[in-house]
Design a protein around this ligand. Structure first.
Ligand SMILES: *Cc1c(COP(=O)(O)O)cnc(C)c1O
Length: 395
C-alpha cells in the first residue's frame, strides 16, 4: 500500500472569494433566488457574449438548481410529449435520457463515434422516424460533439436540438464558436460538485429563443409569472402573483449563485490548468498499451472535464484489475459511463442489446477516467502517471 494520502478522482477548487461571497449572502438575509442569481446569470451571458462572432445575438441565461432541471425545462418549453421520440447517445449519464421520460416521450438510443465517443451523426440520421422531434447531443468529456452535422440533420428533418453541455464549460468548435452560442434551441450546463466549475448543485440554461426563455423562467418557479426577486422589488404590489401553469421548483439559490459568480471568473484559468495536466498525461502515457482520449482541433477548446483512457486490446490486464491496482496505489478513478443500454431500466423498457451499440460497449469495457482537476499539483499528476505505468507493467 502507498503511504501517500489517497488522491481523489475529483475535487472542487473553492477559494476565499467564494467563502466571503457566501458569508455576505448569508448575512444579507436574502438566501433564495435574488440579486446574486441575477448577477450570476448576467455574468454568464457576458462570458458567452464575449466569445460571439460579430453577427450573432447574445444568448439569455437562466439559472436552475441542476442541469437535469434545465434539460427538463427545455423539453417542457419545446412541447415534447407522449408519442414523441428524442435521439440521445447511449454513452451518457442517465439524466440525458430521464428528462425525456419526464415528459412522457421516448428516448431513442444511438451509438457514438469511436474516437470522441460523441453522438454519431450517421446513426442519428438512421434513427429518425416520423415520431422524432429532437436530438440531444452530449459534449462528451468536454470535447464538442459534431454540431455542424447534427444541426444540419435537424434542419433537414425539422427537429429541435437541445445540448446537454454538462461537460462543456468552456468548449468550442473548430471554428472557434463556443458551446452555448451555436443557436440550438437550448444549451444546458451543469455546476454539480465534480464538474468544471461548481455551485454545489446548479445549472444554467441558455437560449436565443425569447419564447423558450419566457416559458422556462415561469416553469422554473411554480408556473408563477414573475420571479421572487421581481415580486419583492418592483412597483407592483409585493403580494400579487399569478399562477399560469403547474410549474416546478427548479430555481437556484443566491447562496449557490454566490459561489458561481466567482467560479465563473475562474473558469478559464481552471480550463488552462486541466489542459496542462491533460497534455502532461498525453506525453507520459503515449507509449503504453492504452488508447488516449481524442484532443480538440487546433482552434477548438476542450474543457477537459474528463480524461478518459481506454486500455488497448493488447493490454496485459483488464479494466477492473487496472482500477483495483490504481486504488491499491492510492489513486481514485471512475468510469464514464456505464452505457444506458446496460442499465436495467433503459435496457428492459426499450429492449436494448449491447450488440446494437458496439462502439460504446467496446469503449465501456476498457475505459477508465483518471483524476483531472485544477486543484491537482504536478506531483499529484506524476503519481497518477507512475501508478498507471506500474499497473500496466504487471508489477
Ligand atoms: C452531470 C451530468 C448531468 C446532470 O447534471 P446535474 O447538474 O447533476 O443535474 C447531465 N448530463 C451529463 C452528461 C452529466 O455529466
Amino acid at each position: 500500500m502507498s503511504e501517500l494520502p489517497f488522491l481523489p478522482f475529483a475535487l472542487p477548487e473553492i477559494g476565499e472569494e467564494e467563502v466571503q461571497e457566501v458569508a455576505q449572502c448569508l448575512r444579507s438575509g436574502w438566501l433564495t433566488t435574488g440579486p446574486k442569481t441575477r448577477q450570476f446569470e448576467t455574468d454568464f451571458e457576458a462570458m458567452l457574449a464575449n466569445q460571439l462572432n460579430t453577427d450573432q445575438e447574445p444568448v439569455s441565461a437562466i439559472a436552475v438548481n441542476s442541469a437535469t432541471a434545465g434539460l427538463h425545462l427545455a423539453l417542457e418549453a419545446l412541447g415534447i410529449g407522449p408519442g414523441d421520440e428524442v435521439i440521445v447517445p447511449t454513452h451518457t449519464f442517465t439524466a440525458t435520457a430521464e428528462v425525456v421520460r419526464y415528459m412522457g416521450a421516448d428516448p431513442v438510443f444511438v451509438d457514438v463515434l469511436p474516437d470522441s465517443l460523441n453522438l454519431n451523426p450517421v446513426l442519428v440520421e438512421k434513427a429518425i422516424t416520423p415520431k422524432t422531434r429532437m436530438i440531444m447531443p452530449v459534449h462528451f468529456a468536454g470535447l464538442a460533439a459534431p454540431m455542424h452535422e447534427i444541426m444540419q440533420i435537424a434542419k433537414t428533418h425539422g427537429l429541435k436540438v437541445v445540448e446537454d453541455a454538462a461537460h462543456a464549460l468552456p468548449t468550442s468548435l473548430h471554428d472557434g464558436q463556443w458551446i452555448g452560442n451555436l443557436g440550438t434551441d437550448a444549451t444546458v450546463f451543469s455546476f454539480y460538485a465534480n464538474k468544471t466549475m461548481t455551485t454545489g448543485e446548479g445549472g444554467m440554461l441558455v437560449s436565443r429563443n425569447p419564447d423558450l426563455i419566457k416559458r422556462v423562467k415561469t416553469m422554473r418557479l411554480h408556473g408563477i409569472n414573475r420571479d421572487v426577486f421581481d415580486r419583492f422589488t418592483s412597483k407592483a404590489p409585493s403580494w400579487y402573483y399569478e399562477v399560469v401553469a403547474p410549474g416546478f421548483k427548479y430555481n437556484l439559490t443566491d447562496i449557490a449563485s454566490a459561489i458561481g459568480i466567482h467560479q465563473l471568473q475562474k473558469a478559464a484559468g481552471f480550463q488552462k490548468r486541466r489542459q496542462a495536466i491533460a497534455q502532461y498525461y498525453h506525453r507520459e502515457l503515449a507509449n503504453l498499451p492504452v488508447v488516449l482520449p481524442q484532443v480538440a482541433d487546433a482552434d477548438a477548446l476542450h474543457s477537459w472535464h474528463l480524461y478518459v483512457l481506454r486500455l488497448a486490446d493488447n493490454c496485459p490486464i483488464d479494466r477492473d484489475t487496472f482500477v483495483d491496482q490504481l486504488y491499491a496505489q492510492g489513486i481514485g478513478c471512475s468510469v464514464h459511463y456505464i452505457p444506458l443500454h446496460l442499465q436495467p431500466y433503459w435496457r428492459d423498457t426499450y429492449n436494448l442489446r449491447a450488440e446494437h451499440f458496439p462502439v460504446s460497449q467496446h469503449a465501456y469495457e476498457r475505459m477508465v477516467s483518471i483524476p483531472l482537476y485544477s486543484k491537482m499539483t504536478d506531483i499529484d499528476a506524476e503519481r497518477v502517471v507512475n501508478a498507471i505505468k506500474k499497473a500496466l507493467s504487471g508489477a
